[in-house]
Design a protein around this ligand. Structure first.
Ligand SMILES: Nc1ncnc2c1ncn2[C@@H]1O[C@H](COP(=O)(O)OP(=O)(O)OP(=O)(O)O)[C@@H](O)[C@H]1O
Ligand SMILES: [Mg+2]
Length: 617
């Protein structure tokens, strides 16, 4: 999707099958090469965003040049008036003074009108660019694989989408347009001055030397400090989001004071980072002002000397002073702008890092069509690990015929959810194949894959909106009858009808709030309606009470009929409806058979089952 070069800042240690830390929030201490790569990544993103606006930018450029020319003409016209037109008037010749006056007026009007039009044109481009960037960040976060989202915290994504884009907005909205015109004013003023009086031009040029060194120092410091500030700000947001999402755990375990202390510490760090920035600004800006004032004094002294000596006319002297003063006027503004600029540059680095991330699960170039999957699943010598972590599945070889209901049980951490994530292709296994109806999942278009394979997890997320919309998530065009039929099939229809507005009840409004178990039933209805060939339930029945589960047992059977199903459950009652039970341990299948056979045997499942039976009496 993104055309910008995906420059990874740490190409060397980018491990296989793992998202880079490209947009990590710990990019404060970058080495030179990485820093350059990050910068070129930002710049290429910027170029990419601005490319479609070539015409608009040219127009804005014309306007700002016209306005600047108008402004810079002023002092020269003043010199003309004093040195030529006034003497001419004394000789009874008023024509020149009138033309100079008219020219001054025209220049002022042109400068004013053009600067207004320029601001509008630039703002229009800036807003479009921002919108595009916002869209890209959102699109990218949806495009990136689950692997990315499991390692990149939502708080960091949120700070990309909020504070980083905000920093860019501040730059584009406020400073940038003004600074472009200020810079142009400085350049034009310098050129104008050098043209009317090259000696004064030299004085101004000499002032560049200390200004340049001061600016270099400032750039180096502030770049570092601004990166630190962005990092500190992101950490603060991450902490906040984490605390808010985990509020139940925070309150349940009375962690308030600890989280508060932690938040306070991060807040202090943010404050320190800001103070460091103000520290360098506090030296840079007055430094520039000092250089400016000294230059004005030198120009004044040198010019006055020459006027006294008769080698410079008074009008020219006035013009020189006006030029030199005007040259240094925007410098304060430039210093202020540099803040916004640094902040935005740091933000752009982070955003471009996010945009440069590549999904680890990629669409096939030439997908194998699979319009109607039967649902046979085969895992062939699958070996899997998360990133460069320990091996989770050493060598899994497994065939699940179409239509079979398989219960996957085993100890915590055995790798059951990992199998679920592989057969639904949220992850790709680096070794071995996962096949649906003989086709490698990596060769299936995600449309076909997602239609054929659906996973329901414990979270059973409900989006804001009506119950109807939530059930129809996988088939937005489903009719009311279909939606109701799905709800009936899993036994949730009566419950929905008892809600204030039935199927139109908003799940986020009072009265629309549902319990964890009800949410799971709704997500079953959602899966039933999507009607996939393969259904994976990862602890999707864990929140149902036993009667609820029995109620849903029937629904489950309806849901699972005619399709391949993998049910991961700790509850053995759920397992009873399976055709086949797989017991996993340390990433291996250690028992495989019908529930009856396994119960009759002496293996782990038999022991588990016996213990469960005992617990029931
Ligand atoms: N996103 C992840 N990144 C890194 N390691 C992971 C990730 N998810 C799981 N693991 C590791 O992989 C192993 C298998 O995890 P998995 O979630 O598949 O277990 P499980 O059998 O589903 O366990 P449970 O019954 O507790 O859900 C665990 O050791 C876990 O630490
Ligand atoms: Mg699990």
């Amino acid at each position: 999707m993104t055309a910008e070069a995906p420059v990874s800042p740490r190409p060397a240690d980018r491990p296989h099958n793992r998202p880079t830390d490209a947009a990590s929030d710990d990019e404060t201490s970058l080495d030179k090469a990485t820093s350059r790569a990050v910068r070129s990544r930002s710049l290429s993103l910027l170029g990419n965003l601005l490319r479609p606006h070539g015409k608009g930018l040219t127009w804005a450029g014309v306007l700002v040049v016209a306005s600047t020319a108008g402004q810079v003409a002023g002092p020269w016209l003043v010199a003309k008036a004093i040195d030529d037109a006034l003497p001419a008037l004394r000789d009874g010749e008023s024509g020149l003074l009138i033309s100079v006056g008219v020219a001054y007026f025209v220049a002022a009007v042109v400068a004013g009108l053009a600067i207004g039009a320029y601001r509008v044109a630039a703002a229009r481009i800036a807003q479009t660019v921002l919108l595009e960037l916002r869209r890209r960040v959102f699109r990218q976060t949806q495009r990136l694989s689950l692997e990315f989202h499991e390692s990149y915290t939502s708080g960091r994504i949120i700070s990309r989408q909020t504070s980083d884009l905000e920093a860019l907005r501040e730059l584009l909205d406020g400073g940038l347009t003004g600074v472009v015109s200020s810079l142009l004013v400085m350049v034009f003023t310098f050129v104008g001055l050098a043209l009317v009086d090259w000696r004064s031009g030299l004085v101004l040029a000499a002032a560049f030397v200390p200004a340049w060194f001061l600016t270099r120092w400032f750039q180096r410091k502030s770049q570092l400090f601004y990166r630190e500030q962005r990092t500190a700000s992101a950490r603060l947001i991450v902490k906040f989001v984490e605390t808010m999402t985990g509020m139940r755990a925070v309150q349940a375990f009375r962690r308030e004071s600890t989280t508060e202390a932690e938040y306070d510490r991060l807040g202090q760090e943010y404050r320190q980072a800001n103070l460091r920035i103000f520290g360098v600004n506090g030296r840079y800006q007055p430094g520039l002002v000092l250089i400016g004032n000294v230059t004005v004094v030198v120009a004044l002294a040198a010019g006055g000397w020459r006027v006294l000596g008769g080698t410079m006319e008074v009008g020219m002297f006035v013009a020189v002073l006006l030029y030199v003063k005007r040259f240094f006027q925007p410098i304060q503004q430039l210093g202020m702008f540099y803040n916004a600029f640094q902040s935005a540059a740091a933000a752009l680095e982070k955003v471009s890092g996010l945009l440069a991330e590549e999904p680890t699960v990629v669409e096939p170039e030439k997908p194998v069509p699979l319009p109607a999957a039967k649902g046979e699943l085969r895992l062939e010598h699958v070996r899997f690990q998360y990133g460069d972590g320990p091996v989770v599945l050493p060598d899994l070889d497994l065939t699940i015929p179409a239509g079979q209901t398989v219960a996957l049980v085993g100890t915590t951490g055995a790798g059951k959810s990992t199998v679920a994530k592989l057969v639904t292709r949220f992850y790709d296994a680096p070794e071995g194949q996962v096949r649906l109806d003989g086709v490698d999942l990596r060769d299936l278009a995600s449309r076909d894959l997602r239609r054929a394979v659906v996973m329901v997890t414990q979270e059973a997320y409900l989006f804001s909106g009506s119950v109807r919309e939530n059930i129809a998530l996988g088939r937005p065009d489903a009719s009311q009858e279909d939606i109701e039929a799905a709800a009936r099939a899993v036994g949730v229809h009566d419950f929905v009808m008892a809600m204030p507005d039935g199927y139109d009840t908003d799940v986020n409004k009072r009265g629309g709030r549902v319990s964890a178990g009800q949410r799971q039933l709704l997500s079953f209805a959602r899966a039933f309606l999507a009607d996939p060939a393969v259904l994976v339930l990862d602890e999707a029945t864990s929140s149902l009470d036993l009667p609820g589960e029995r109620l849903v047992q029937h629904g489950l059977q309806t849901l699972l009929a005619d399709r391949t199903a993998i049910i991961i459950a700790h509850r053995l009652s759920t397992v009873a409806i399976a055709d086949r039970v797989l017991v996993m341990e340390h990433g291996r299948v250690v028992e495989d058979g019908t529930p009856e056979d396994l119960i009759a045997g002496t293996g782990r499942f038999a022991t588990l089952h016996a213990a469960w039976q005992d617990s029931l009496v």
